[in-house]
Design a protein around this ligand. Structure first.
Ligand code: FUB
Length: 447
């Protein structure tokens, strides 16, 4: 067998693996994921989320959060995410109740050549105390293997640990238990130094949890979910000191009635700030099975944070030759477009776009083209058949493809030629040009 016969199939496989996903929300599409703590380590973004599962008989409490382990994910483009697998589970931490199913929101930080993973869980030994306490696991690499400490951190009780390291190298641990608490960490990162304080002057009414601290231009931003009205919204307060007192300053993301919790983290990566948060995309009927999302975050000149718009499109530039899930749109016409699950019995199969009114349209922004594109393939289904038109950037521009769809009750992939496209980034707009409904799964451009 020639070298090329051995190597080429592998190269094709690698290429397929890299090119099949495009940036969109939610970012993790084969399991539930929540409470994302994003960190930049070794030039990549690592996300440490909670791992929601469905409670079942003998597994957790009905209709409540249920989590037995943590995975970690990484990406260097916020588009293609690698799942590094399980890093900690309730069965492998010496002090954790192995039947607790409550491995809630974690965090991870780098100090002195080691990665410290902080996680809340109920202890198996009631001598440690009832309810949640917070433990640490330590690794040489951001993806593990993480070795858990024998005991949780002494003097800390609560959930949602967050660690911040100031410019002078001092580390602080924050957590919540209705209020938000903070304390310095010793240099060993596994013990606290001094007595924890309740952070002042945060809203006095309504649950506050999920603290996330960061510093920018000398301002300390304490960001946190808070129930101001009926569900959690993301707010922030600022200070000139990591332990406050704080001044409540604004709302980063408003409440969403469909998902009671929101939990977030904020990072700067390659000169852009991002908000990582969650929503119950794959589980509209049960909001304790959530999914991680990302959207861009911007600051005003005075350092205040602009409210973040939650989008389906998410962040990043999609590759024209990947399957573009246009149901994760950036904009749709005011009527005539619906998004639904492809298979309501397995929601991880994703969504479809239903165009049901003549001239209705859907836009997907920031698609990277090369001038070698010759055809477009569309996965569609239409009982009565019809026509789609594809435009770049503006509906008033001349169309680049006309797609005629014959009647069919089955999904099929139709491929038609496209006009020449320059090598650049464009928005794509798909428009219905007939009276009958057309359902679209994805679009892909081919060389
Ligand atoms: O994921 C369980 C809990 O829900 C988290 O610890 C809270 O922050 C909320 O997101």
């Amino acid at each position: 067998m020639k070298f090329s016969q051995i190597i080429l199939p592998f190269m094709v496989l690698i290429f397929l693996f890299i090119s099949i996903t495009s940036a969109q929300n939610p970012i993790i599409r084969n399991q539930f994921s929540a409470d994302p703590s994003a960190r930049v380590f070794e030039g990549k973004v690592y996300v440490y989320p909670s791992h929601d599962i469905l409670p079942k008989e003998g597994k957790g409490r009905p209709n409540w959060f249920c989590m037995e382990d943590y995975h970690v994910f990484s990406s260097d483009n916020l588009i293609d995410w690698t799942d590094h697998g399980v890093i900690i589970s309730q069965e492998t931490v010496p002090w954790v109740n192995p039947k607790g199913y409550a491995m809630w929101a974690p965090d991870c930080i780098y100090k002195n050549g080691k990665y410290y993973f902080y996680f809340p869980a109920p202890a198996k030994d009631t001598a440690i105390g009832r309810g949640f306490t917070i433990g640490v696991a330590v690794a040489e690499k951001p993806y593990g293997p993480f070795i858990p400490q024998e005991k949780p951190i002494e003097g800390v009780r609560g959930i949602d640990p967050n660690v911040f390291i100031d410019k002078d190298g001092q580390a602080y641990l924050y957590w919540s238990s209705r209020n938000i608490f903070g304390v310095k960490l010793k240099d060993n990162m596994v013990e606290i130094e001094g007595e924890p304080v309740t952070l002042q002057d945060l809203p006095s009414k309504g649950l506050k949890e999920g603290p996330y601290m960061f510093e920018r231009n000398g301002i300390y931003y304490l960001t946190y979910p808070h129930v101001q009205d009926s569900t959690e919204r993301l707010e922030y307060a600022i200070s000139d000191n990591p332990l406050g007192p704080f001044k409540v300053t604004g709302v980063i993301m408003d409440q969403r009635l469909e998902c009671w919790t929101n939990h977030h983290s904020i990072i700067e990566y390659k000169d852009q700030w991002y908000l990582f948060y969650h929503y119950n995309d794959y589980s509209p009927e049960f909001d304790k099975n959530r999914s991680v999302r990302i959207d861009n975050l911007f600051f005003n000149e005075d350092g205040t944070i602009k409210p973040v718009k939650a989008t389906l499109r998410g962040v990043g530039i999609a590759n024209a030759t990947s399957e573009i899930q246009i149901d994760r749109y950036s904009e749709i016409s005011s009527e005539g477009v619906r998004i639904d699950f492809i298979n309501s019995n397995n929601k991880f199969e994703g969504w479809k776009t239903i165009l049901e009114k003549e001239n209705s349209w859907i836009r997907f922004n920031s698609v990277n083209f090369t001038d070698t594109i010759k055809t477009i393939s569309v996965k569609v289904q239409s009982k009565n058949g019809g026509n789609l038109q594809l435009n770049l950037n503006d509906l008033n521009n001349s169309s680049i493809a006309q797609i005629e769809i014959s009647p069919s009750a089955e999904w099929k992939v139709i491929t038609v030629p496209v006009m020449q496209i320059k090598s650049e980034i464009n928005d794509i707009i798909l428009q219905l040009k007939s009276k009958s409904n057309i359902e679209v799964d994805w679009i892909r451009f081919n060389k």
